[in-house]
Ligand binder design. Sequence first.
Ligand SMILES: [Zn+2]
Length: 224
Amino acid sequence: MKFELNFRNNRGTDQELLGDMNRVASKLGVTKLVSREYDENGKFSSKQIEKRFGSWNKALVKAGLEITVMSNIPKKELFENLEEVWVKLGRQPGHREMKRPLSKYSERGYVNTFGSWRKALEAFVEYMNTDVEELPAIEPTPEAVKETEAVYKHKTKREPSLRLKVQVLMRDGNKCRLCGVTVTGDNIHFDHIKPWSKGGETTLENLQVLCEEHNLGKGDLEYT
Ligand SMILES: [Zn+2]
């Protein structure tokens, strides 16, 4: 009997290597496959795959699998991105809409962190419902106050934060409160019900969604 090293099973075409990575990923039910898990379950070795494609991540991209790095996006960033998308659309985004250029992160980025798109939205709503201290407003200088009596000392900043905008949209929907027209993107105006110039604050209670026409028409008036 002659002993031989058998390399036959270790070779494979590019397609076979990539196909086996996909097989292991679906067997494990993961969208991101780490090399250690592959070595425990794969027909080939991760070293061999790395050698063939240049790196493990390059092989993942070729195989159409998520790059491991994607799962390390901080939750805060995922929430802030969702705020941006929400305000651009004026409403709750669908998972299929989570694509560039609208969204910086794909649905996968959320699924990897939260488990599912639904869970990501639930975590987001919870985040929206927790009180976060708004940044302190810049106090007007005493000189500015002296110049005119109409200068109010606001407790808030004039421009609502993204977070506050989302909260207003969650409450009002993306419809003008005066005419009911649906607004998206730049056509969404966040109006101070009691005008900022009359001391109205930037708070959920004092903000409403208006269309451009009604926002421009309003000026310093107070609609009820
Ligand atoms: Zn309107």
